[in-house]
Structure formats: structure tokens, C-alpha cells
Ligand binder design. Sequence first.
Ligand SMILES: Cc1cc2nc3c(=O)[nH]c(=O)nc-3n(C[C@H](O)[C@H](O)[C@H](O)COP(=O)(O)OP(=O)(O)OC[C@H]3O[C@@H](n4cnc5c(N)ncnc54)[C@H](O)[C@@H]3O)c2cc1C
Length: 398
Amino acid sequence: MLHCDYLVIGGGLGGLTAANVLAEAGCDVVLVDRSLPEARGALGGFTRFSGAKFSLLPAGQGLAPVAGGLGALRATTQDVLAFCDLADHSAVGSLDLLDDQPIGAQASMRAYQSIVLTPQQVERLVERISGKVGASIRVIDAGIDELRPGPSGWLAFSRGGAIVEGRVAIFCGGRMGGTLLRRAGAMPQEGKGIDLGVRIEFAERESLRALRDRGPDAKILIGPTRTFCLNSPGTIFRYGFRQITIPGGIVADTSERGANFGILTRVQGKEDRLGRVLRALRTVPPAEYEAAPTVKGAPFQDKTAILESAYGFEVVGHLKKFAETLGELGLVDWTSEHRIHFPLLDWHWDTFAVGHSHRTSQPNLFVAGDAAGHARGLLQAGVSGWLAAREALADASL
Ligand SMILES: Cc1cc2nc3c(=O)[nH]c(=O)nc-3n(C[C@H](O)[C@H](O)[C@H](O)COP(=O)(O)OP(=O)(O)OC[C@H]3O[C@@H](n4cnc5c(N)ncnc54)[C@H](O)[C@@H]3O)c2cc1C
């Protein structure tokens, strides 16, 4: 069994930046990652299986109070961009917050800059930072099944045996880590509610050109409903969550003709809403919702019944109205060939950070990235890992 001062669990951007900060401070660090099945043993978590967009402020402003204010968040964002060799990218400007702009039909647009990488660029980025972190700390390829308080910190178990003990543990296991932290006694926090929606895949990316022209990550908003994560060119990647799969949008190379984007509406009462979605989808064979047929015309017609049983009438009403408005504004051409993928869920996972910190409710157990709950996203996970490591370093108990 290994012993260390800082045990980082999870090797996505949150875990990699946390490990980097700790290693640069001269600490004894072990990083344990069970890579995603598609990653075949490589670090990086969802980075390679994402839209590869690093969204700049105002995205991730939920981290401002944790960082110690907007100025401190900007400075940490610059540190993380430098760590990823992205600080000189042309999209990086002042990181100022811009007001939402009305665009008609009660809709507004939130513009923010994004660094959009190609699949090759994101691959190289992950290799570079994994290599950098791996050169200065011990990295173990394993899944942690259980975390228990040990004689001098947290004992991490894999396949029934304790493999590492860390005086402090930082959990960066992303959106699938809830069970482990709950079992370790950490209390899930209320969080931001849950986002329910659909991801729409167009056969030709031309059909989404007007939306893409508003910016690589321009967000159109009407009340709690908004567009989400446009990938052009892009494909769909379904990832497993509990008994279902969720259609994520991921970046593709330019030979891919299609594009996709999401529409989400935010509601409260996460546990109840999620329970309803899971119950509704359990009654239909996965093939019925995973294999989306090609359709044309008014949005979601063929899916209304199943969407209503999973999300409820009100949510489906918001989604439909919003989709129609995008058509009226000339941003989406619903007459062209598209496929509706669902259930698109976001913020569906447990989050554990207490207050404006990266602490969990358990002593010497920190959490960063998606599992923290302050912000979601690639750059945001990196910033969160960076801040969590600094908080852990500042902890007087070591
Ligand atoms: C399909 C999809 C597309 C996305 N596109 C974008 C985008 O374009 N832009 C953007 O900003 N965000 C995007 N996101 C969100 C973004 O990917 C996440 O917010 C970000 O990756 C979170 O980073 P993380 O380090 O917290 O966790 P992850 O990237 O999820 O990494 C967690 C790592 O920990 C490992 N792990 C989990 N549990 C354990 C355990 N018990 N023991 C050991 N290892 C464990 C996991 O296998 C994984 O390797 C997308 C998400 C998805 C699902």
C-alpha cells in the first residue's frame, strides 16, 4: 500500500490541475484514475469525449466566490490556461463579463468567448498535461471503490484491498462519483437543480449556420430555457448514467457533415425529477430512445408523449416553445433533416462542495470539478481543481 500526503482521485482536468498545483508545491502526491472505458487507460476523463470547447468567463462565474472574487478567478483562469498552453489563444481577451443582449421574441443572447479545439488538438493537450503531471507524481491506474477514514487520513480501497492512504484526499471523479463520496460520509449538497432537455443532431451543419454565426458557444436564453453546447462539426456520444445513457455532443473533424446542439430547461427538485425520468425510460426498451429516427418539420412532434412522461407537460411546453422561437428568429431550420436525442440531462449528478469552498462535509476530504458543484465545464474543472489544491494546501491540519 502507498502512503502520501495528498491523494487525488480522478484524472480529468480537475484531478490533473489539482495534482499539478500540489506537485509544484513540492508535496508527496498520488493520483488514482480509473479511465473511462473509451479512453483505454489514458488520463483526461471526459476531455477527449467532449465538445472540446474551453468556455471563458462569464462561463463558470459560479467559481468567483470560491476563488475570492472575480479578479482572483480571472487570475486562476489565466494560470490554468497557461498550464494547458492555451493562454496565448486568440479567443482569450479581457475575461470581462458582458450583459445579455435582447434579440427579439423575449429571447436574449449571452455571448462568451470559447477556445474551440479540434479532436487532434484536444488529444495533444491531454497527452501534454498528463505527461507533465505524470513526470512529477505517482499515478495509479485503478478504480477506488471505497474511501474510509484510516489511522492517518483516508484509506482508498480498490477491489476489496486498501491501495493508498492519503492524509488529505481530493475527489475529482466527475459526474459518476456520487456513490463513493456518499459512502465516505460526505453529504450531497442541494446544488443548482437539474437541466432537462433534448440534443438535436442535424445531418448538415449548414442548418445550424445562423446559430453558429452568433459565436461558437453563444447561448440563447428565454427564462430558464436555453441552448446548450453547439458542436459544429460534431457527433453524438452517449455516456452511461445509472440504468440509462445520456446523449452528449462531442467535437468531430471537418469530414463530419453534421452538427448538434442542446436545448435545456432548468428545474428544481433534482431527485424527484431524475426519479421520474428513470422510471419513464425504464418502461421503454433502450433502442426506442437511443436510436433516434430522422425527422423534418415542427420540433419534437414524434417525441412528445415520451418526453411528457419523462419530464412533465410544463417542461416539454417550455422546450417546444423555445424550439419554435429559434425557428422564428431564423436561428434553426427545422425543415431540414434532424434527429432528436434524449434524455439530455445536465447537473444530474451529486455535488458535494460545502458553501464557497471545495471542502466536503468530511474532514480532510475535498472535492473538485463536476463533483464539486460550483460550475461545470472543462476549463471550469481545471480552475476548480487548481483552487481545491490551494485550499487543501492552506489547511492548517497537515
Ligand atoms: C459528452 C460531453 C461533452 C462535453 N462537452 C464539453 C465542452 O465542449 N466544453 C466544456 O467546457 N465542457 C464539456 N463537458 C463537460 C466537461 O466534460 C466536464 O465538466 C469536465 O470534464 C469535468 O472534469 P472533471 O475533472 O470534474 O471530471 P471528468 O472529466 O469526468 O474526469 C473524472 C475522471 O475520474 C475517473 N474516476 C471517477 N470515479 C473514480 C474512482 N472512483 N476511482 C478512480 N477514478 C475515478 C473517471 O473515470 C475520469 O477519468 C462535456 C461533458 C460531456 C459528458
